[in-house]
Design a protein around this ligand. Structure first.
Ligand code: DGJ
Length: 728
């Protein structure tokens, strides 16, 4: 069993495919963290809970008073759960305002359970066991002896990957209600602070930019208060040993399976211990828990790699391909699509769309996607969201007729929705002004001229399910793009009582998840693509419902490549919506080479591009099919990262059998005149590989140790080359 418990030492040992995690229940019943890192056989870790000889002013629990000068205080212990209000003064995982009005909470071990498999989290997306034997779970039940609050810490370890998940259940086992003010998903007290913190920040059209900073005393981290995981910070962070890089150093990755307000913090204390916490953002959050009720936090994914960031990313990629993405499209080849958004905006009619579809068919594409503008009175972004009924002025004969015409060509058909939004200028808003998110007496701020549907309400969700089902059930639709184009402001629901308004943000995302769940269950054949003004909700919560997410509205290959590098820190290529567009910079070859790092497709109006461009596109399709498996399910190596080299970047996919490698090199700005050797990674050193374009045969050892000479590589700004190596 990958989880063991040593009764005499009160030690839990959790082993994954490439990591060990050790917990001890100390003499006073506090679950302490002893170790997280490379696999070890030990269950005896002497001295590991000690952080200092002298606890500076820190108080201790009365039972431990005599040991004060040995640093014997919860404030210096590495704890598996940190609570507010008693002797642990660091950033808390849990804060409960109890029925007496104070926030003192002190959780001690009560019992534990070890079992095969992984529990589902009611109403929340979560990783799952793909095959029996994949996962084992430990639940540690802790309780506060005074308030009757309980916290159950859940750890699931994965046997095929160096990964585990953590979450927490808060239970009210008392006879009076209390309010949860803060319930984060996990607390991890690292043994040292000798790490750099890596996170992904950004904005619309510039998502997931890489940022690295050394840990410093105090609190550092990332967050969202925007109602979605957001463009601003992805719910991902990593700690890497100082000096560590793509291939070296210990890397710990943390990713929250959640799509709304979150926080991820690292608190370095006076003993140079780094406490990592992640979970629902406690700002403007509260949850009243009645006696007998439970609250489930979202789960966080923890990945450990002794092989730097590259190893960490590859572990995330495999884990998400196998244990997060679900449904019929999990391993099914995703259709090569054309989307009309960048080509036409909302100015189209059925003939225009059919013409694009016709070109798509002739070019060898497999699906046509109709984007925004097909419903209500929607000619620009000022109206009609929520009126999900076809606009027959644009689509004569309705959706049915358009779908039949597209299908008759042998193409699949996709459609766009933005279910969680409502335009003030819409029939549905006029009929139900209360259905939008708002607070009494305050104007409703607009974002892109729209308001947000109150997803906490069951009647709103039923309306959306029914009106969407009307279209999805009566037409042969294969794909749905689910968009979300603004932040949430004036967060409140007309149906929640004042004391529960703090529950709004979490209830909102639970409502969205519920609707997504209903749609995916009712229409299991549908391929869903998540979207939020590009990649504003690019998180594992969304990936549980939609096997792919539109990565960014930025389709300019030269800047998009940075977004893709950043995204790849924890998200696999198989989930990354990436299209070639008619955007002005760079050649179609470079656009194709960049978009191949993803689900691939086109986003243009063929009538607006040249005949040469159309001919080039026809030739690009074959490569997509040839390398699909290697890109979607192979291993990614970031050979030259944009954060290390502003002039040139390179990446490589190697298939599982190590028989095919696809290498892409891109010159952003031409600088060097000397020959350049690009060292490949992940090949079999003993095999020989043929470079497809030149026929040169070299050993894997040579290609990895000396590299491939790119003397003949195109050197101009924005030029790129894709090289394929096949084992001979
Ligand atoms: C934002 C998306 O990212 C775009 O791809 C497009 O679907 C527009 N919304 C439509 O309004």
């Amino acid at each position: 069993m990958p989880i063991s418990f040593s009764e005499d030492k009160k030690i839990f040992k959790l082993d994954t495919a490439g990591s060990t995690y050790v917990i001890r229940v100390n003499g006073l019943g506090f679950p302490e963290h002893l170790y997280y890192g490379a696999p070890i056989p030990d269950v005896n870790l002497p001295g590991f809970a000690k952080r200092c000889r002298y606890a500076s002013f820190s108080a201790t629990v009365p039972e431990a008073e005599g040991d004060y000068f040995d640093g014997f205080t919860p404030d210096t212990w590495p704890l598996e759960i940190g609570c507010s209000g008693c002797a642990d003064m660091r950033t808390a995982q849990l804060q409960i305002r109890n029925a007496d009005g104070n926030a003192a909470t002190d959780m001690r071990y009560v019992s534990h359970r070890i079992y095969a498999g992984k529990p589902a989290l009611p109403g929340l997306p979560a990783l799952y066991e793909e095959k029996p034997g994949d996962c084992s779970t430990l639940e540690i039940e802790t309780a506060d002896p005074v308030t009757g609050a309980k916290a159950i810490l859940i750890y699931t370890v994965f046997e095929r990957f160096p990964a585990m998940t953590r979450s927490m259940i808060v239970e009210n086992a008392s006879d009076r209600p209390f309010e949860i003010e803060r319930a984060l998903s996990f607390c991890l007290d690292m043994n040292s602070d000798a790490y750099d913190l890596i996170s992904l920040y950004g904005r619309h059209a510039q998502e997931r930019d890489y940022m690295r900073r050394p840990l410093a005393h105090g609190i550092q981290g990332i967050y969202s208060r925007r109602g979605s995981s957001s463009h601003a910070h992805n719910p991902f962070m990593a700690l890497i040993s100082r000096g560590g890089d793509e291939d070296h150093g210990e890397a710990y990755g943390f990713n929250l399976v959640y799509s709304a307000n979150f926080t991820g913090l690292v608190d370095v204390d006076y003993n140079n211990s780094a406490r990592v916490v992640m979970g629902i953002n406690p700002d403007d959050f509260g949850w009243t828990l009645a006696p007998g009720e439970r609250f489930y936090t979202p789960e966080a994914v923890l990945v450990y790699s002794a092989e730097g960031l590259g190893g960490m990313s590859r572990a995330f990629h495999r884990l998400y391909n196998h244990n997060l993405v679900r449904g019929e499209w999990k391993y099914k080849k995703r259709p090569l699509l054309v989307n009309n958004w960048e080509g036409t905006g909302m100015t189209f009619d059925d003939e225009k769309l059919v013409a694009i579809a016709k070109w798509a068919k002739e070019t060898g594409l497999e699906m046509f996607v109709m984007d925004d503008g097909w419903f209500g009175t929607r000619d620009d972004d000022r109206s009609a969201l929520g009126d999900w009924v076809v606009n027959e002025k644009k689509l004569k004969g309705g959706i049915g007729s358009l779908v039949s015409r597209v299908k008759a060509m042998g193409l699949k058909f996709g459609i766009w929705y933005e279910p969680e939004m409502i335009s003030p200028d819409s029939d549905i808003y006029r009929a139900h002004p209360d259905w939008c998110v708002h607070v009494p007496g305050r104007a409703r701020s607009l974002g892109r001229f729209q308001c947000v549907m109150d997803m906490t309400r069951a009647d709103v969700r039923d309306y959306l399910f029914n009106i969407m089902s009307e279209v999805l059930a009566n037409n042969d639709i294969d794909y749905l793009k689910w968009d979300f184009n603004r932040n949430i402001t004036e967060a409140g629901s007309a149906l929640l009582p004042p004391e529960r308004q703090k529950e709004f943000y979490h209830r909102f995302i639970l409502g969205t998840y519920e609707l997504m769940d209903r749609i995916t269950k009712a229409f299991p054949h549908l391929l869903m693509e998540g979207c939020s003004g590009g990649g504003g909700r690019y998180d594992p919560g969304m990936l549980y419902y939609s096997p792919q997410i539109w990565c960014s509205d930025n389709t300019d290959a030269l800047s998009r490549v940075d977004i893709q590098f950043g995204s790849s820190l924890c998200y696999p290529a198989s989930v990354q919506g990436a299209h070639v567009s008619a955007s002005s910079r760079s050649s179609y070859e470079t656009k194709r080479n960049v978009a191949m790092w993803g689900t691939f497709g086109y986003e243009l109006d063929p009538a607006k591009i040249s005949e040469e461009a159309r001919a080039e596109i026809r030739e690009q399709i074959a490569d997509y099919h040839a390398y699909y498996d290697t890109i979607h399910y192979g291993d990614l190596y970031r050979l030259i990262c944009p954060w290390d080299d502003p002039y040139r970047c390179a990446w490589e996919f190697v298939n599982e059998e190590k028989t095919q490698a696809l290498v892409t090199v891109l010159t952003k700005f031409y600088k060097e005149k000397r020959n350049f050797f690009l060292r490949l990674k992940g090949l079999d050193p003993e095999r020989y590989y043929r470079r497809k374009d030149t026929g040169d045969v070299c050993s894997g050892a040579l290609l990895m140790n000396a590299g491939v000479s790119l003397f003949d590589f195109p050197i101009g700004d924005g030029e790129s080359k894709m090289l394929c190596f096949e084992a001979v």
